[in-house]
Design a protein around this ligand. Structure first.
Ligand code: OAD
Length: 254
């Protein structure tokens, strides 16, 4: 493993408070398309054209069709080595928070529990009149609420505000952490894109794992330009080796 991965693994053995921020790149190796670039297109539409309240008001059937398509892919997908390694980090590092922009719920399926789903969850729906929440599966092309309102996916769309409690928790943790791992996000969607910069401003050590440069790349302390499902298990296993070696050395001194 490259020297950068070793450095990250060593840091993880002494970290006090670890924030992990993830985006669609983490689920890519589970076969779920990311949002930007060629693979972000569904039929001829970009995510920005469908994931809006205006698109839903104009053509709710089309928007539901897109979400049903994504739900189908996600249901058949499995957590990959990156999701599993992140769930393990939570077990090893007591002061930990995972903030994800992903709505696919796969971090949870992989075992993550200290988790903020900033953009919601594709397997929940809510009423656009009374806000009542529903769990999928729902029936019908255009599911309706008991109050007669129209149900929509319980995700945050472009132009909408995030849940203030989730945002406070994520921003608060970013200000206090001493290390942030930023994995598989293009960092173009606000306010999530601010999180690594908040961490950096307050003195955290910021690591980016992404094969493609982003707006964060120039400001990160370490950049690992490799797919996260390859690199994270290696970092985790090095971290465990370093911790065991430190424990053995301590036991010999005692
Ligand atoms: P994007 O699709 O914008 O970016 C995915 C990032 O993952 C890119 O920077 C890729 O280079 C990187 N990537 C691809 N494969 C990778 C791998 N194997 N390992 C590591 N990185 C990899 O997705 P997000 O940044 O998550 O909003 O997009 C942010 C938000 O915009 C999404 O949450 C979504 C979207 O519209 C909602 O659904 C509300």
């Amino acid at each position: 493993m490259a020297i950068t991965g070793e450095t990250v693994a060593r840091r993880l053995t002494t970290v006090r408070k670890l924030l992990v921020l993830t985006g669609a790149g983490v689920s890519k190796e589970s076969g779920i398309p990311t949002f930007r670039g060629e693979e972000g297109l569904w039929r001829q539409y970009r995510a920005e054209e469908l994931a809006t309240p205006q698109a839903f008001a104009r053509n709710p059937k089309l928007v539901w069709e897109w979400y049903r398509w994504r739900q189908g892919i996600i249901k058949n997908a499995q957590p990959n080595q990156a999701h599993l390694a992140i769930a393990q980090l939570e077990i090893h590092i007591q002061n930990f928070l995972l903030v994800t922009q992903n709505v696919d719920n796969i971090h949870y399926r992989a075992g993550s529990r200290k988790l903020v789903e900033l953009h919601g969850n594709i397997f929940r729906a809510k009423c656009n009149r009374c806000d009542k929440k529903y769990l999928e599966p729902l029936t019908g092309e255009l599911p309706e609420c008991a109050c007669g309102g129209r149900l929509r996916p319980d995700v945050v769309w472009f132009g909408e505000t995030l849940n203030p409690d989730d945002l406070d928790r994520a921003f608060g943790f970013a200000r206090e952490c001493d290390m942030a791992l930023v994995i598989g996000t293009s960092g173009v969607v606000q306010p999530a894109a601010t999180i690594p910069f908040l961490a950096k401003q307050t003195g955290a050590w910021v690591v980016e794992i992404n094969p493609t440069p982003t707006a964060l790349t120039g400001s990160a302390d370490i950049v690992i330009s490799q797919p996260c499902a390859e690199v994270l298990p290696e970092i985790l296993s090095l971290m465990q080796n370093f911790s065991e070696a430190a424990d053995d050395a301590q036991a010999n001194r005692d």
